[in-house]
Every structure is written in structure tokens, then in C-alpha cells.
Design a protein around this ligand. Structure first.
Ligand SMILES: [Zn+2]
Ligand SMILES: [Zn+2]
Length: 323
């Protein structure tokens, strides 16, 4: 499914199986989970993608041609971070997520809305046993970058999640396993979303305009809506942090300084490091992550994106690719 131009639907096309270069694995793709970032690329909110482009950066598949530690027949996961230079001021200080020359799967490198892809073996992951391809695929971005957001929330005991989709349904389980309390905020009146959040482990769920029953130590904003930053600040205890987990968000309106006063802070999360991925997968080995998924075929990718854009997906949308 090829993106030829932004703001156009993906087109079903026959394309050549990619040729792996030195250090790259060739992967027969089994599943690719859909991320909101895919929508931002298609809708033109992220600029200068490779074109034509195969989007998709939560890839699980079987290695057909090995490289690095991967052998033919291994199951492998390919995340958003596809390549870094290893030598810039960020890479050399443990912050490869900020690399100035980073390349990203399904954005500046062809990704997983296809039957085959190639990937630099150094950025691929072995996956925990006991997860099917469809179960493992949302771990690769919703899990990895969500986990980075959770770590940046520090040791907060009471955490608000604004937007309860693919990432939140995974992170609520990690937060609960760490003994934290999760308060889920969804669209006002979204009863189904609030029921879903409670079913996945949130101790409280309500509309995004609501006052939390307790002051929150941190909030993570998963929905791409700038207003939510202010809604979250209003619920935040002194010293608390609002972590913006998405790659794109509508403008944050101005707000009175007193909402920030008391050493509250607002920060973003950008991409992932391979260490985030390793730490999260280690967690997913110990805490079996359950996800609610809506499965589509590769040819239904535009429908999956449309349903995500309309807020109709409960849980995660996943493309099932291999027969
Ligand atoms: Zn770098
Ligand atoms: Zn993503």
C-alpha cells in the first residue's frame, strides 16, 4: 500500500521485494500495527516524507535473509527508529532518539504496510515468547514510546492518561504492575472508551473536561489535542509534569501562569532509543501485555486509517499481512 502523495489515500500496488544491503535483514511481514503517526504522515502534518513511501513502523515478521544476530526463520520486530549516525552530539551522549540525521521506518525509510521490508539489523528487536505477531506489533511503538513517556513521568503515583488508545491500553498495564494509579480521560461523553479504560485497569475514567477525583502527580497526553495540555495542568499537583507523547499536536492555547506555577512542567517525548525498546520488552516478558485489537487486511489499510482518524478504533488497529 503505497503513499504517492500526502493527503491522498494509499494505493494498492505491486512493488519489487526490496534488496537488503550489508547489515540489513530481509523480512516477510506478518503484521503491522497502525500508529497515529501514520495518519500524521498521510495527512501532511509531518513534512518531507520519502515519496513514494510505504508507511508503517510497528512491524513483526520472519527473517528471510539474515544479518547481525538474526538468522532466517527468526521472528523480528522493526520499530520507528530505523538508523542513527552514532556520532552526533546526541548519539554520543546516550540520546540517539534526538539524532540529527536519524532515519525513521515508514517515514524516511519504507515501512511495513507491505509484504516485505528490509531493516538495519542493529535497530531490530527479538520479541518475547508467547506473543503472536498481531499481539507483538503494537508493542513496537505504542509500547516503546509510551514506555519512554511513562519513565519521563518519573515516580508519579497518580497518573492521568489523556486519550485512551493503543499506547494507553498497554501503558496502563505497566503502570498498574508498578503499583501506580491510572486516571483515564477520554472524549466527553465517550462512554465506551471510558468502559474500555476501566476494563484495562484504569481506576477512574471520565471526560477530558472533568476534574480528576485526586490531584495528579503526572499526566501523559496521548491524543493530538493541544487543549488537553491545559486540562491536564488544571489537574496537576505541585511539582507535577505533563508529558506530551505524540509527534504532532494542535496548538496549545495560552493559559494563566498560575497553572504552571508551583514547579509544574510540560515536556515532549521524541522517538525512542534502542535502550527504551530493550527495557520495555524485558517488562513485556514479565508482565504479559493484553491488547484489544481490530484486525484489517493489508488492502483495508485506508479503512483502518479512516477509522483511526474518526476516533472509531477501540484499542489498536493491526494489519494482518501474511496468509
Ligand atoms: Zn546522531
Ligand atoms: Zn508510532
Amino acid at each position: 500500500m503505497v503513499l504517492r502523495r500526502q493527503r491522498e489515500p494509499l494505493a494498492l500496488a505491486d512493488i519489487a521485494v526490496p534488496e537488503p544491503k550489508a547489515g540489513e535483514v530481509l523480512i516477510r511481514i506478518e503484521a503491522c500495527a497502525v500508529c497515529r503517526t501514520d495518519l500524521h504522515i498521510v495527512d501532511g502534518e509531518l513534512h518531507e516524507p520519502k515519496l513514494p513511501l510505504v508507511i508503517g513502523h510497528q512491524i513483526v515478521g520472519i527473517v528471510e535473509q539474515g544479518a547481525g544476530q538474526f538468522r532466517p526463520g527468526d521472528r523480528v520486530g522493526v520499530p520507528w527508529l530505523g538508523w542513527t549516525d552514532g556520532e552526533c552530539r546526541y548519539c554520543t551522549t546516550g540520546r540517539e532518539n534526538l539524532c540529527i540525521r536519524a532515519r525513521f521506518t515508514g517515514y524516511t525509510i519504507d515501512g511495513g504496510y507491505a509484504e516485505y521490508c528490509v531493516a538495519d539489523a542493529r535497530y531490530c528487536f527479538s520479541l518475547p515468547d508467547g506473543y503472536s505477531a498481531e499481539e507483538a506489533s503494537p508493542l513496537l511503538c505504542a509500547g516503546f514510546i509510551g514506555f519512554r513517556a511513562l519513565r519521563l513521568a518519573g515516580d508519579a503515583q497518580r497518573i492521568g492518561f489523556y486519550g485512551f488508545g493503543s499506547s494507553a491500553q498497554i501503558l496502563v498495564q505497566v503502570a498498574r504492575a508498578e503499583g501506580r494509579e491510572v486516571y483515564a480521560f477520554t472524549r466527553d461523553g465517550d462512554e465506551e472508551g471510558q468502559r474500555f479504560a476501566r476494563a484495562m485497569g484504569a481506576g477512574w475514567a471520565g471526560g477530558a473536561g472533568r476534574r480528576a477525583p485526586e490531584e495528579l502527580d503526572a499526566a501523559i497526553i496521548f491524543a493530538p489535542v493541544g487543549n488537553l495540555v491545559i486540562a491536564a495542568l488544571r489537574n496537576l499537583a505541585k511539582g507535577g509534569v505533563v508529558v506530551c507523547a505524540g509527534i504532532h499536536m494542535s496548538d496549545i492555547p495560552s493559559f494563566p501562569y498560575e497553572l504552571l506555577w508551583g514547579e509544574r512542567s510540560i515536556r515532549s517525548v521524541a522517538n525512542l532509543t534502542r535502550d527504551d525498546g530493550r527495557q520495555f520488552l524485558e517488562r513485556a516478558r514479565r508482565t504479559r501485555i493484553q491488547t484489544r485489537r481490530e484486525v484489517f487486511t493489508l488492502e483495508q489499510a485506508n479503512e483502518a486509517l479512516a477509522r483511526l482518524r474518526a476516533g472509531e478504533i477501540v484499542g489498536t488497529a493491526v494489519l494482518r499481512i501474511a496468509a
